[in-house]
Design a protein around this ligand. Structure first.
Ligand SMILES: *Cc1c(COP(=O)(O)O)cnc(C)c1O
Length: 384
């Protein structure tokens, strides 16, 4: 069966795909239909933090599937209650409530709606090079013009300021600002870490103006950057924190963590049919238990430093900069990254774009040092 032709005939066409048919995974490895093995530094776009076919997650899904898959939030549920308590325990201080949904963009929509609801204000400030998702609200907070323009008019009230520039933020935020939304490390925009001083300064500007400080940790959450959440690196206390990608151990899941000082949300003003379904909750509980028992955030910090060091030793005139935090790593080239991604795949290493010139590595946090050595060797061969 030619699955590539079959998909091409019937897929939307929105995705640029590599001609590889993946059928199986284990840990940081995936296999294509011909049995070729790859080291997966995409993790399905930063999802498989606990690794592919994670035994905790697989077992939890199987067990929950034969118990109760669906139970909407008009009822209570044992697994959901446990997950809510677990999220409150592992989140930064004060984030004691959660709105559960199914994806990153939906978490961002939820946060934007909550900010307007709570403040009674309409305006938002986001950063240049930001990425917050593809639905209308999240897209309105997303910077890239190619993504936005074909779909205008978007939601009004959004303005953009340069990232890591506190002065510009100071000028943009006022008493009409409902919220400021930022990634702690910009992902799609090119793997650009926010500076601690900047992020703390933005939090302070929000507090002084009565605007909500919203962090989008969709990509940086669940151990990716070397802490459970990236904002822990800088002692931040967001009012709202969006999470998704790694949350469900591979199962679609998203959440807005809500600061307790905002209180309970008013009944029936927001919701989601699938949000908080027991299957996804069971998967998330298992993924979080695995992250904690195997200390994957610490592992990401250690291996991330090692990997950054290896990449920085590569002597190639093509490299402009190597940067990252934990196992969220970008290599910015002086040229388009596309041909190098293909060359890496030919050497058995799968990686991602982050903008046209950045190669991004988001491996499962269970990746081994030996596997990272192989990745660094492949990068060196491809770039020299
Ligand atoms: C991926 C991503 C999103 C969107 O998540 P989806 O699940 O694709 O909707 C939002 N924000 C950030 C920072 C992301 O990396």
């Amino acid at each position: 069966m030619d699955y590539i032709a079959l998909e091409n005939a019937h897929t939307s066409g929105f995705y640029r795909k590599q001609p590889i048919v993946l059928v199986r995974g284990e840990g940081a490895r995936v296999w294509d239909i011909e049995g070729r093995e790859y080291i997966d530094c995409t993790s399905g776009h930063g999802v498989a933090n606990v690794g592919h076919a994670n035994p905790y997650v697989a077992e939890a899904i199987a067990r929950q599937a034969s118990r109760l898959i669906t139970c909407s939030e008009i009822f209570y549920n044992d697994v959901r209650a446990e997950l809510l308590a677990t999220l409150a325990r592992i989140s930064p201080p004060g984030l004691k409530r959660a709105f559960l949904c199914n994806s990153g963009t939906e978490a961002v929509e939820g946060a934007l709606k909550i900010a307007r609801l709570i403040t009674g204000r309409k305006n938002f400030v986001a950063a240049m090079r930001s990425f917050h998702g593809r639905t209308f609200g999240a897209l309105s907070a997303t910077w890239r013009r190619e993504y936005r323009e074909p779909f205008e008019p978007l939601v009004p009230g959004f303005s953009f300021v340069p990232f890591n520039n506190l002065e510009a933020m100071e000028k943009a935020v006022n008493k009409e600002t409902a919220g400021v939304i930022l990634e702690v490390v910009q992902g799609e925009g090119g793997v650009i870490p926010g500076k601690g001083e900047y992020l703390r300064g933005v939090q302070d500007i929000c507090r002084r103006n009565g605007a909500l400080f919203i962090l989008d940790e969709v990509q940086t959450g669940f151990g990716r950057t070397g802490k459970m959440f990236a904002c822990e690196h800088y002692g931040l206390e967001p009012d709202l924190m969006c999470v998704a990608k790694g949350l469900g151990g591979g199962v679609p899941f998203g959440a807005v963590m809500i600061h307790e000082k905002l209180g309970e949300m008013p009944k029936r003003l927001h919701g989601s049919t699938f949000g908080g379904n027991p299957l996804a909750c069971a998967a998330a509980l298992a993924a979080i238990r695995y992250l904690e028992e195997h200390e994957l955030p610490g592992r990401a910090a250690e291996l991330g430093d090692y990997f950054l060091g290896r990449l920085r030793q590569i002597n190639s005139p093509l490299i402009r900069e190597v940067r990252g935090l934990g196992l969220m790593v970008g290599v910015e080239l002086k040229k388009e990254a596309a041909p190098y991604l293909e060359a890496l795949a030919a050497k058995g290493v799968l990686a991602l774009f982050a903008g046209p010139t950045v190669i991004r590595f988001l491996p499962p946090l269970v990746i081994t040092r030996e596997e990272l050595d192989k990745v660094a060797e492949a990068v060196e061969e491809v770039l020299s």
